[in-house]
Design a protein around this ligand. Structure first.
Ligand code: ADP
Ligand code: ZN
Ligand code: ZN
Length: 764
């Protein structure tokens, strides 16, 4: 890997030399090569750019930062991105790049600025950052014009016409009007709208329209009947008045579930679309449902929407990405990685359910899309709105200390009323598959009234453990420090961490006893009971086993949307984003898990989840009730959550975190290592800590912990440890992490994996 043309650039050096003072022994060699030098982001795990000469025979004038090139690298051929052109290189004997892939730049300067920032802040290899920003097809080197499509646009003459023109040719007039409103339309879309080739030709002959080639935009969603926007209530009006779309501002919108946050997003979109800007909406992984897309499409039937999520086929994703990055798509809706899409006309950044854990990438480039949303908005001088009923402590902290504007919406929009919440003690109750008799009675009564019930269960599968009553054997995963979950329908035992599977056994492999029993509950087990108890009603189970795609979820929920009485049962997939107005009873089967976890973030997550699930109750005109089962109804955190609500609960947690010197009042990073040989990972981290301590000794301002085993100590056969570094602020942490990365890159043990996790979210 340490090949001849490896170059440490001044820009990657900068963070190394800053703060720690002295100590840095970097010799920057003098210039040896001059001319047009390409400084490239090459997808390899090294934190630097690489210098190359232009491809042979290429006119250097064709080169623009942001283009892709094929380059030779350590005997392989890789797709690299041109970050900058420089007149000289400190390196002798540069190789030429092989071939230029793009005629236009894929990443504009705004996008490159963000990606370079990511590499610096998260201590990530810059080549991997650029690779992560590309959709897979483009990452593999496919030409961007592969997906080109024909677009119909108005000529100068056409643009000069009033909407009332062509009154005697109504079909031509309709098309003209559409183009006057939308600017351009794709051939595919025009066809779906019933504009015939003859009509288009007629306008072409009058020289009012012309075809141009551009990226393919996914055809607009089949919009439900265009719904007229509701009259804004006063809270919504106040929020909208407080967000200025002409410059950067960061705002937390803390609004109860059902308070009409989505309506606020739609109005902000509307505002920037009218100015000719693009709107970016980030949603959690399980929040990007066809229902969400339909709702937005129905509001903006004339604007093209690009959806970016993991459910797309490779080609579709590349199309959406190009439509967004070339400015054809007006609205871009996506999950985490959409934040890295170049958006040339960006006007507003919206983050829905900003507290959601899926915004943090947990491997590779470990960025937080939520935090990047703020960086992107600042870079682009546009507003960013972070919306949630249950804001993350990070965002709440920024709002309370005045870094973000803090707006609240307390009323439910429309005529929905807040639900009533009750705790149902379960400690000495005769439970039936985890349900108390009182809860089962309420479920029955609700169904009998013709209403719907939602039951929330933490765990999928039938039971979280299988155990021998005679010898105490438990079915463990051979690769992870965890138990296997029993999936009865598939007759399998499965590991939920590494997906190891084995057939279900009915005798104990250790003592051959036949008394094997399933311990604990899961969605499958509850489904069996509820289907038996309430046989007259459909029971719909929603978890990762029943819902392999967004469409599947949509189909599964269709009967519930129709409004007939039914019982919905599922994991957190059910907690988000589904508007089910006939759900009047929500049951939370077990609230206790998160209250006693070793992860300091567990109470925050439990609070968010309970509040979100509870928010599913009574979204329509019927009022709702929430029953929370707990073995510890007196637990102070649970009490505070249920009596005072998430807002008070979260503010208390924030005070606790400050006392404990934890995020968000303190900055935290983990240096992680994993290896099949636990001693190697521990030793590596031990040395990493000694190295860091030699640079910055521990003090009240900067503290070290570890190496300690991760909460899931062994995963997929590898033992996992981390060293935790906390500091009063990020400025103390950043240079230290840069140094430890440089140190770790010289590690030669190929069986050991290491990573730096800035603002780590998971201790697992
Ligand atoms: P949130 O995103 O805060 O959970 P939504 O924006 O989804 O809330 O709104 C909840 C429901 O209230 C939706 O059915 C929405 O159409 C409706 N709604 C939103 N704003 C208004 C309003 N001003 N008047 C009437 N209904 C509204
Ligand atoms: Zn046994
Ligand atoms: Zn496993």
């Amino acid at each position: 890997m340490q090949s001849l043309y490896l170059v440490v650039t001044a820009s990657t050096l900068a963070p190394f030399t800053e703060v720690i003072g002295g100590g840095v022994q970097q010799t920057v060699p003098k210039t040896v090569q001059q001319g047009v030098i390409l400084r490239l982001a090459v997808p390899v795990p090294l934190r630097r750019l690489f210098d190359y000469l232009p491809p042979e025979g290429l006119n250097p004038a064709e080169l623009k930062p942001g283009q892709r090139l094929w380059v030779p690298f350590a005997g392989r051929k890789l797709v690299a991105v041109l970050v900058e052109l420089v007149p000289e290189s400190p390196q002798a004997q540069l190789k030429p790049a092989q071939e230029l892939i793009d005629s236009k730049a894929l990443f504009d300067s705004g996008a490159r600025k963000l990606l370079n920032w990511i590499a610096d802040y998260y201590q990530a290899p810059v080549g991997e950052v650029y690779a992560a920003a590309l959709p897979a097809a483009l990452r593999k080197g496919k030409p961007a014009d592969h997906w080109a499509e024909q677009w119909l646009q108005l000529t100068t003459e056409g643009k000069g016409l009033p909407e009332s023109a062509l009154a005697r040719a109504p079909k031509q007039q309709a098309l003209l009007q559409q183009l006057l409103r939308a600017g351009q339309q794709s051939r595919t879309y025009l066809k779906t709208q019933g504009h015939t080739p003859a009509v288009i030709r007629a306008l072409q002959e009058r020289q009012l329209v012309e075809w141009v080639s551009g990226p393919t935009v996914p055809p607009p969603m089949p919009a439900a009947e265009a719904t007229p926007p509701p009259q804004l209530n006063s809270e919504q009006q106040q929020v909208l008045a407080a967000v200025d779309c002409s410059c950067f501002s960061a705002t937390l919108l803390e609004g109860t579930t059902g308070s009409g946050k989505t309506e606020v997003y739609l109005r902000l979109m509307e505002r920037v679309l009218a100015e000719g800007h693009q709107a970016l909406l980030l949603v959690p992984e399980i929040g990007l449902t066809p229902q969400t897309l339909r709702r937005i499409a129905a509001r903006f039937p004339e604007h093209s929407i690009a959806a970016l999520h993991s459910g797309l086929a490779e080609g579709e994703r590349a199309q959406s990405w190009l439509a967004a990055s070339e400015g054809q798509a007006d609205i871009v809706i996506g999950t985490r990685s959409a934040i890295m899409t170049p958006l040339p006309r960006l006007g507003v950044v919206l983050v829905d359910e900003e507290h959601d854990a899926s915004f943090k990438q947990q491997d590779g480039v470990r960025y937080s899309a939520r935090d990047l949303a703020v960086v992107l908005a600042r870079n682009s001088d546009v507003p960013v709105l972070l919306g949630s009923a249950t804001p993350s402590l990070e965002t709440l902290h920024n709002a309370l200390n005045g870094r973000y504007q803090h707006l609240r919406m307390r009323q439910r929009a429309g005529d929905a009323r807040p639900p009533q919440i009750h705790v149902v003690p379960t400690l000495r109750e005769p439970l039936e598959e985890g349900f108390s008799p009182q809860v089962l009675r309420h479920i029955g009564e609700t169904l009998a009234r013709g209403e719907q019930v939602l039951v929330f269960i933490n765990r999928r599968g039938f039971a979280p453990a299988l155990n021998c009553d005679d010898c105490g054997w438990i079915a463990d995963c051979p690769h992870c420090s965890s138990k296997l979950t029993m999936h009865r329908r598939q007759r399998q035992l499965r590991c939920h961490h590494c997906d190891y599977r084995r057939p279900l056994v009915d005798t104990c492999p250790q003592c051959h006893s036949r008394s094997i029993s399933a311990l604990g509950g899961g969605t499958e087990r509850s489904e069996e009971l509820l289907a038996r108890r309430f046989a007259d009603y459909p029971v719909i189970r929603v978890d990762r086993d029943t819902t392999t795609s967004k469409q599947a979820l949509d189909r599964l929920l269709a009967p519930a949307r129709d409004g007939d009485p039914c019982l919905l049962l599922g994991t957190q997939m059910l907690a988000k984003g589904h508007h089910l107005p006939r759900v009047t009873l929500v049951v939370i089967q077990d609230a206790d898990g998160g209250l006693f976890s070793a992860d300091f973030r567990a109470p925050e997550r439990t609070g968010q989840l309970l509040e979100q699930v509870a928010g599913r109750a009574g979204r329509g005109s019927l009022s709702g009730r929430v029953l929370v089962q707990s073995r510890f109804p007196e637990h102070p955190l649970l009490q505070m959550l249920l009596e005072k609500g998430y807002g008070t609960f979260a503010r208390q947690l924030l005070r606790d975190r400050a006392v404990a010197q934890l995020p968000p009042t303190h900055a935290m990073a983990l240096v992680r290592a994993e290896c099949e040989e636990p001693a190697w990972a521990e030793e590596f981290l031990h040395n990493a800590r000694l190295f860091m301590q030699s640079l910055v000794p521990p003090s009240p301002q900067l503290q070290y912990l570890g190496p300690v085993p991760a909460l899931l100590e062994r995963k997929s056969g590898r033992y996992r440890f981390y060293v935790q570094v906390t500091a009063q602020n990020r400025a103390q942490l950043q240079p230290l992490l840069a140094r430890v990365c440089a140190w770790a890159e010289s590690n030669k043990n190929r069986r050991l994996r290491w990573a730096v996790d800035m603002d780590a979210q998971e201790l697992s």
